[in-house]
Design a protein around this ligand. Structure first.
Ligand code: F6P
Length: 468
C-alpha cells in the first residue's frame, strides 16, 4: 500500500488539542506507513528549508519553522482574518487586506519546497484545511505528480462571500489542482457547485468562457465523525470520574446544560448565553434547578475579533450572574481552558443538555462526542444549530436557529423537561448516526476514493468542467 502523507498547518502535539482535526487523523496515520507534515509551532528569523522529523507518541511528524512575518500574514492574516470569516459568512468581521496573500502564498511555497524531497512517487498526499489551499498547485509546479486530496474542515462560502476574498480566482484554480476535494456537508458541495457555475462567463456569441479545469477533480461530501466507541468508554473511565465526582458534588442534583467550544465568534457563544438568560427569565421554576457550564478554550487571541468575542462573553456571563445568582447559587460557570478528551467525555455524560449552537460550522465534532458519551439508560438531549454541518446527520436533535435566542431558550426548556422515553428514542437514532459517520470510515472512505486504483477516472467525476 502506498504511503500516506497528511499535511496540515498544526501537527499533533503532546498538549491537549483545542480542535478536532488532530484527534481525527492521529488514528488513521497510526495504522499506515507515512508521516504528518506541518508547521512546528516555532517562529524564527529565517524560514527553515529542511523539515525535522520527530516521533510524537508513535507518529512520525515532520515540521518546518516559519518566520514571524510570514506566519502573521499567512495564519492570523489571510487564513484567519480573510478566509475564516468569509467562509463562515462573516464579511463584517473580515479584514480585506490583499497584501497578506503574498505571505499566504509564500508559506504554501515553503511547505511545498520542504515536502517535495521527502516524497516518493506513489505517496498519497492528503492536505487539510483552508490554510493550505494552494499546496497542490505549488507541489505540482515543482514537478510532483502524486495523487493529492484536499479536505475542507470549515463550510464552503456562498458565491458572494467568495467574491469578497482577494485572489479568489487563483484559489479556485488551486482547488482544481487536487484529484479529490472533500467537504463536510452536502450544503458545502452545493455552494461550491453554485460558485463555479457563477464564475462561468459567456462571450458575445453566448459561448461559455471556461475559467477552470475541474476535469480531474472530484468534489464530494465526506462528513467527518468521531470515535463513538472511544467516547463511550472514556465517559465512564477512571480518568473521567475524578472530575465527574467533583462536579456532582457541586451540582447537587441540578440539571447540567453544557457547551464546549473553541472561543470563536463562529460558535455563537454570546447568543447561547443570552438564550440561557431568557430561559431563566421566563422560567422561575428552573432557577436553582439548572446550571450551565460553558468550556471555551481561547484561540487565535492575537486577532482583535477574537478578543472582542472573549470580552462579549465575559460581559454576558457577568450579566447573567448579576441578574440571577444568589450567595449560595451560581447559574453559570464559564471556564476558559482546554480539557482532555476523557474529562470532556465525563462532562458530556453528566449533562442533561448538550448545547451546540454555532452560527455556522463545518461539522462540529462536539455534537458527535456528546452523543457518544451518553448513558443509554438516561441520555441527555442535543440542542443543535441548523447551521452546523452536523444538522444534516443528526435530525433527531432539537434543531434551532442560533440567532433566535427565544427559539433556543424554548428548545432548552423542551430538552430539560423531555420524558425519559423520548430522550432514549431520540438518542438511539442519534447514536446510530454517530456510529454510521465514524471517523475511521470517514478517513477510509476519503482515502479509498483518493487511492490510485479506485481513481484515475477516464470520465470526469462530476459535471463542473471549466477548461481554462
Ligand atoms: O475548525 C477548523 C480548524 O482548523 C480545526 O480543524 C482545528 O482543529 C481548529 O480549527 C483549530 O484552529 P487553530 O489551529 O487556528 O487553533
Amino acid at each position: 500500500m502506498s504511503r500516506l502523507i497528511v499535511v496540515s498547518n498544526r501537527t499533533p502535539g503532546k498538549t491537549v488539542a483545542a480542535g478536532g482535526l488532530a484527534v481525527a487523523l492521529r488514528k488513521t496515520l497510526s495504522e499506515r506507513e507515512g508521516f504528518w507534515f506541518g508547521w512546528s509551532g516555532k517562529l524564527t528569523d529565517s524560514p527553515s528549508v529542511q523539515a525535522r522529523f520527530e516521533d510524537v507518541e508513535g507518529l512520525s511528524v515532520a515540521t518546518i519553522d516559519l518566520t514571524r512575518d510570514d506566519h502573521q500574514a499567512y495564519y492570523a492574516g489571510f487564513s484567519n482574518s480573510i478566509l475564516w470569516p468569509s467562509f463562515h459568512l462573516r464579511l463584517d468581521l473580515a479584514h480585506i487586506d490583499s497584501t497578506w496573500y503574498e505571505g499566504y502564498r509564500r508559506v504554501n511555497q515553503q511547505f511545498a519546497q520542504a515536502l517535495l524531497p521527502l516524497l516518493k512517487p506513489d505517496d498519497v498526499i492528503w492536505v487539510h484545511d483552508y490554510h493550505l489551499i494552494p499546496l497542490a498547485s505549488e507541489l505540482r509546479s515543482l514537478g510532483a505528480t502524486n495523487r493529492m486530496g484536499f479536505y475542507l474542515h470549515i463550510p464552503f462560502p456562498t458565491a458572494d462571500a467568495l467574491y469578497a476574498i482577494p485572489h479568489h480566482l487563483d484559489l479556485m484554480r488551486d482547488v482544481s489542482r487536487y484529484d479529490l476535494v472533500g467537504m463536510q456537508a452536502n450544503r458545502d458541495v452545493a455552494a461550491f457547485t453554485e460558485a463555479v457555475e457563477n464564475m462561468t462567463h459567456t462571450n458575445l456569441a453566448g459561448d461559455p468562457l471556461q475559467l477552470f479545469d475541474f476535469a480531474r477533480t472530484e468534489v464530494a461530501a465526506f462528513p467527518i465523525g468521531s470515535d463513538p466507541g472511544a467516547f463511550s468508554r472514556m465517559s465512564v473511565s477512571s480518568a473521567a470520574s475524578k472530575m465527574v465526582k467533583r462536579m456532582e458534588r457541586v451540582l447537587a442534583g441540578q440539571q447540567l446544560i453544557l457547551g464546549v467550544d473553541r472561543l470563536d465568534y463562529s460558535k455563537g457563544l454570546p447568543q447561547r448565553v443570552e438564550a440561557y438568560e431568557k430561559l431563566l427569565e421566563n422560567n422561575n421554576d428552573l432557577r436553582r434547578r439548572v446550571h450551565m457550564l460553558q468550556i471555551a478554550p481561547p484561540s487565535r487571541d492575537t486577532i482583535k475579533e477574537y478578543q472582542e468575542t472573549s470580552d462579549a462573553l465575559d460581559a454576558i456571563c457577568g450579566r447573567v450572574m448579576g441578574r440571577f445568582a444568589d450567595p449560595d447559587w451560581a447559574p453559570i460557570t464559564y471556564v476558559k481552558r482546554a480539557y482532555g478528551q476523557a474529562t470532556l467525555a465525563g462532562f458530556y455524560r453528566m449533562a442533561r443538555v448538550g448545547l451546540v449552537t454555532p452560527l455556522r460550522d463545518g461539522m462540529n465534532l462536539v455534537a458527535h462526542e456528546f452523543i457518544s458519551s451518553q448513558n443509554p439508560a438516561d441520555p441527555g438531549v442535543l440542542v443543535l444549530s441548523r447551521f452546523a454541518g452536523a444538522a444534516e446527520i443528526f435530525e433527531d436533535a432539537i434543531l434551532v436557529n442560533p440567532f433566535d435566542t427565544d427559539e433556543t431558550a424554548a428548545a432548552l426548556r423542551l430538552a430539560l423537561v423531555m420524558p425519559l422515553e423520548e430522550r432514549k428514542a431520540r438518542w438511539r437514532t442519534l447514536m446510530a448516526a454517530a456510529e454510521k459517520h465514524n471517523v475511521d470510515d470517514w478517513s477510509k472512505g476519503f482515502l479509498h476514493r483518493l487511492s490510485p486504483v479506485v481513481a484515475a477516472p477516464s470520465q470526469p467525476a462530476r459535471d463542473i468542467i471549466y477548461l481554462g
